[in-house]
Design a protein around this ligand. Structure first.
Ligand SMILES: NC(=O)c1ccc[n+]([C@@H]2O[C@H](COP(=O)([O-])OP(=O)(O)OC[C@H]3O[C@@H](n4cnc5c(N)ncnc54)[C@H](OP(=O)(O)O)[C@@H]3O)[C@@H](O)[C@H]2O)c1
Length: 320
């Protein structure tokens, strides 16, 4: 079985797998089987979130794999995320416990603040996951400073509910601010990153600060096609440059895109509802891109951000 490289996280020194399985838009009805099969195929990191609405099913798949002896709990890295409506001190604890309950586990290996955006609380009994909008279909901002949220995330570590904590969708100025008050510095920043959005300055800053990066949407616009959100970008999986590198190595374009990230020391979390593609995405360790190939792929950068809250409401343009 393929054993992938890992990255050591600061503070705990724990080794986070560089290749994991992403759970956004993994169909709820098949999610338990998909997770089970991903673990059977060798994946050792599951990237979930309250917002994905499939934590219960993902947990079923994980627990079945544990019961069948496919994996032990301590061999699987479970990442989850705190949604925007739960940034207040009293809500962070409650929702983290709720999420752990859905998974059926007693700690997360990594818990991330999903976005540096605080929205008005929505009682999970009323709607879960709450998504971005209130009942009136409008976005309601909440006046919760990130400091309050982060310091409560730290309490989750003290309580043993999360081994590592981190952030997601954060740019330099937010990272620097968190570091001013952090008792436990963010171990990971999970961000959109692919050849159309190469983010070299952010990679450099995170490296300087010792914050590991997990790249999401590594395959570029593909994930957004079904949402009508690919912004008219040319499919990276069919891009001439990526195709030519793929054919030289006898690999698929998806494998080349994932390799391009992993080779930069970035963790990746490809998602697939299709078993063949799920298997394919895990096989990214047996080849190496040349420096010229890496550069040619990086030159595709057009600073195209597909996952931008500004598209939901201009008041939450966190990447402006
Ligand atoms: N922190 C955040 O705000 C945030 C935001 C977005 C994503 N994420 C995380 O990152 C993970 C990955 O990002 P993502 O789901 O947006 O995108 P992705 O993994 O880059 O791409 C997924 C899309 O590509 C297709 N696909 C997967 N493997 C393929 C292959 N080998 N060949 C061709 N097509 C393939 C999938 O379709 P099929 O399913 O049909 O194969 C799906 O449409 C998410 O699942 C989630 O865990 C986090």
């Amino acid at each position: 079985m393929v054993r992938h490289a890992t990255v050591a996280l600061k503070r705990t020194g724990q080794q986070m797998p560089l290749v994991g399985f992403g759970l956004w838009k993994v169909t709820r009805a098949t999610c338990a089987d998909t997770v089970y099969n991903a673990l059977k195929a060798g994946y050792r990191l599951l990237d979930g979130a309250g917002d994905y609405g499939n934590e219960k099913e993902a947990g079923e798949g994980l627990r079945r794999a544990i019961a069948d002896g496919v994996v032990k709990r301590e061999e699987v890295w479970v990442t989850s995320k705190l949604w925007n409506t739960f940034h207040k001190r009293e809500h962070v604890h409650a929702v983290a416990k709720k999420q752990l309950g859905l998974w059926g586990i007693d700690y997360f290996d990594l818990f991330l603040v999903h976005f540096p955006i605080a929205l008005e609380y929505v009682d999970p009994a009323h709607r879960y996951p709450p998504e971005w909008w209130g009942d009136d279909k409008k976005v309601h901002l909440a006046k919760v400073p990130l400091q309050e949220t982060w310091q409560t995330m730290e309490e989750l570590v003290d309580a043993g509910l999360a081994k590592n904590i981190g952030v997601s969708n954060c740019q330099g100025s937010i990272l620097l601010d968190v570091l001013r008050y952090a008792r436990y510095e963010p171990a990971v920043n999970q961000v959109e990153l692919h050849p159309y959005l190469t983010q070299e300055p952010l990679i450099k800053l995170c490296k300087t600060l010792g914050i590991a990066i997990t790249a999401y949407s590594s395959l570029g616009p593909q994930s957004y096609v079904e949402l009508g959100g690919d912004k008219g970008a040319k499919n990276l999986l069919e891009h001439d440059i990526v195709l030519s590198v793929a054919s030289k190595h006898g690999k698929t374009t998806a494998q080349v895109l994932l390799r391009w990230a992993v080779q930069q020391g970035l963790a990746v979390i490809p998602k697939s509802n299709n078993h063949e593609r799920l298997l394919q995405n895990f096989e990214v360790d047996q080849f190496t891109l040349t420096e010229d190939e890496e550069k040619a792929i990086s030159s595709l950068n057009i600073n195209l951000r597909l996952n931008d809250p500004a598209d939901i409401d201009p008041r939450i343009a966190i990447f402006a």
